[in-house]
Ligand binder design. Structure first.
Ligand code: PLP
Length: 388
């Protein structure tokens, strides 16, 4: 049997998305491709909970490219940025912004924690910040920041806000319109549920305006100004060309986003139901980890719904990841530079959280591997907890 991919991206993808991202590649000006691209862009606004005047961008690339696109379109040399840094990808964003010549002030916290909203407020109150950047869910620690509070704070201080949602978008609640965030970015291989290869974001009118008056233009291939007419053309169902889109992936994006928007749950539908499904699966898994005597790397109140970063219990080390793989499930090792040998990571986002069998296989493989390596735990109790 093929091993189940339960890392924080790439993730398992649905059969319909597998089908849509396979086969002969369409031309970028074929009528059915134009329709798919236009449809996907409109669907992005719904998944991002973004108003009609917000602009979706879907370009070939990775999460890092999406980060660079946001950073270089909004920020120029000398601009002051407040960075709420919660780990590995915050460090990456800091480097990127400094290369761009920005004056970056970082708010940091011990690994597994997050800087307080009050600290961000105090810093912004000193004035002069062009933007606040934060990682919605830090993939190296499993920490989720309070994106709503940070976005609203930025607004109140007349600063732009940019959120790296690469390990969160479509899995963690984010209401772009209501919260007034300016860029929310992700990549296709995380909770969006596609293969890797697309950099995705939605930008507010304020973000687009900030690009327009930027003295130092971003690299051409990442420029909002170059891509804006292209995205607008496709959404108006006209073909257009600036740089060839990843046509096969865009075809898959339309299918994947439709699946997310077709989610149904008690009292919710669309992306809200999808958020709720992630919250429910994560809550259930957290109960399972407790039954197995495991602790999260993140503070409980900050624990993300899209992945679990789990401390190795006493007597267990990094060999656990291989032992879980031998039992048919691929999980990830640690990623935080200073603590990576202290924990492992389990992704629970996208298609897999809609498949009880995926969660069962994951819990069984982890529990059995722990038991085999000598950790005293009750494998059946863990399975029962997941089912309860
Ligand atoms: C995965 C990830 C990235 C980087 O995405 P790539 O596609 O690997 O470049 C950036 N930020 C976060 C939060 C991520 O989880």
């Amino acid at each position: 049997m093929r091993k189940l991919l339960m890392i924080p991206g790439p993730i398992e993808i649905s059969p319909a998305v597998v089908e849509a991202t396979s086969g002969a590649p369409p031309s970028h000006v074929a009528p059915d491709f134009i329709e798919a691209f236009g449809h996907a862009l409109t669907a992005m606004r719904k998944v991002w909970l973004a108003p009609d005047d917000h602009q979706p961008f879907a370009i070939a690339g990775s999460g890092t490219i999406a980060m660079e696109m946001a950073a270089t379109n909004l920020i120029g040399p000398g601009d002051r940025v407040l960075l709420v840094n919660t780990g590995y990808f915050g460090d990456r964003m800091a480097k990127m912004l400094r290369r761009r010549g920005a004056m970056v002030e970082e708010l940091r916290a011990p690994a597994g924690s997050a800087p307080s909203v009050e600290a961000a407020r105090d810093q912004l109150a000193r004035g002069g910040f062009k933007a606040l950047f934060a990682t919605h869910v830090d993939t190296s620690t499993g920490v989720r920041v309070d994106a709503q509070a940070l976005a609203e704070l930025a607004r109140a201080h007349d600063a732009l806000s940019v959120f790296d949602g690469v390990c969160a978008t479509a899995g963690e609640r984010f209401d772009m319109g209501a919260w007034g965030a300016d860029v929310y970015l992700t990549a296709s291989q995380k909770a969006i549920g596609l293969p890797a290869g697309l950099a995705l974001m939605v930008a507010s009118p304020r973000a687009l305006a900030a690009r327009k008056i930027l003295a130092a233009p971003p690299p051409m291939s990442l420029d909002f100004q170059e891509w804006l007419p292209i995205m607008q053309a496709y959404e108006a169902r006209a073909g257009s060309y600036f740089s060839t889109p990843a046509t096969t992936l865009v075809r898959g994006l339309a299918v994947g986003l439709d699946e997310i928007l077709a989610s149904r749950a008690e009292g919710a539908s669309g992306v809200e139901a999808r958020f709720a499904a992630h919250a429910q699966a994560a809550e259930r898994l957290r109960r399972v980890w407790r039954v197995l005597g495991l602790e999260l790397f993140a503070e409980d109140a900050l624990a993300a719904n899209t992945l679990s970063a789990i401390r190795y219990p006493a007597g267990i080390d990094t060999k656990l990841v291989g032992a879980i793989s031998e039992r048919g499930v691929i999980v990830a090792g640690g990623l935080h530079p200073e603590h990576k040998n202290a924990y492992f990571r389990v992704g629970h986002m996208g298609y897999s959280i809609t498949q009880p069998e995926h969660l069962e296989r994951t819990v069984s493989a982890i529990a059995e591997a722990l038991a085999a390596l000598g950790h005293a735990c009750d494998v059946d109790a863990a399975r029962r907890e997941l089912a309860s």
